[in-house]
Design a protein around this ligand. Structure first.
Ligand code: FMN
Length: 252
């Protein structure tokens, strides 16, 4: 078994680490952007694959990775784990359908509500205590799921036909354009000091520093990792001001 995740503010990293840790303490857990991810996939048949839901879809980087490496998935057994700030009809199904198309066997789907990661929007913002409670509930759910899986019963959240319809017509069609590709809309303000932290954090290698100022290219996957960790709060995407730098570690 192996755990793979894309995580912006740490939520999905935590969830995948917890699920995998409860199922197989010896399993490796690697970020999607790590250099040895392909090798790890080749060497493991069972994959716990996690990502944050974005506009009721899987992040573009996740879908791109699955498509670009389509030959890797044949006969792999995959459990898709989608974290979310509110609700998703078929967050887990968005990657599961792609994996299935390339020959994987989908073991199941898991939806886990976690603190919202959109640092530059007031919408869905909760107090620290509320976020701690959300994480406590998520942890309980994961423990329950791990027990079920040990008994051979996999949850099917987000991967049924009904979930697909709910996600597509209730959510994704409205936001389709937002997740149709990478974005070039990352904004870096005059507050930037050129510290290069964002350069090292970006899973897409989409940020560079020139003349002591960061500049973003056109391949942002909207994970919010740079926004949530910029010491100057100088980076925004959907909003124009950082409301709160959300990080899993702040609430745990
Ligand atoms: C660009 C963007 C879009 C999002 N869209 C949704 C959404 O449609 N539904 C939802 O419940 N949460 C949404 N979220 C919240 C994240 O899915 C949630 O906070 C997730 O746990 C973040 O995980 P991470 O810290 O591993 O990146 C969105 C977050 C971002 C950054």
């Amino acid at each position: 078994m192996i755990g793979i995740y894309l995580s912006g503010t740490g939520n999905t990293k935590h969830c995948v680490e917890k699920i995998v840790g409860l199922l197989d303490k010896t399993a490796a857990i690697v970020p999607l952007e790590s250099a040895d991810v392909i090798e790890q996939i080749k060497n493991n048949d069972t994959i716990i694959f996690g990502y944050p839901t974005q506009f009721s879809n899987a992040p573009y980087m996740v879908r791109d990775f699955i498509r670009e490496n389509c030959s890797l998935w044949k006969n792999k057994k995959i459990l898709c784990v989608a974290t979310m700030g509110a609700f998703s009809g078929d967050g887990a199904g968005c990657a599961a359908r792609l994996f299935k198309k390339y020959g994987a066997k989908i073991l199941g789907g898991v939806h886990i509500k976690m603190p919202d990661s959109v640092c530059d929007s007031k919408l869905l913002k909760k107090s620290s205590e509320q976020n701690r409670e959300i994480i406590r509930q998520a942890d309980k759910k994961i423990e329950c799921i791990a027990e079920q899986i040990k008994r051979g019963k996999y949850p099917k959240e987000g991967i049924t036909q009904i979930a697909h319809m709910a996600g597509l017509f209730g959510q994704r069609l409205w936001f389709y354009k937002k997740t149709a590709g990478y974005t070039d809309k990352l904004k870096i303000s005059d507050g930037c000091t050129g510290c290069e932290l964002c350069v090292s954090l970006c899973p897409m290698k989409n940020i560079s520093v020139k003349n002591n100022r960061a500049a973003a290219g056109g391949r942002c996957t909207m994970c919010y990792r740079c926004i949530s960790l910029c010491p100057q709060k100088a980076i925004t995407l959907l909003g124009d001001e950082v409301v709160e730098q959300c990080r899993y570690e702040k609430y745990c």
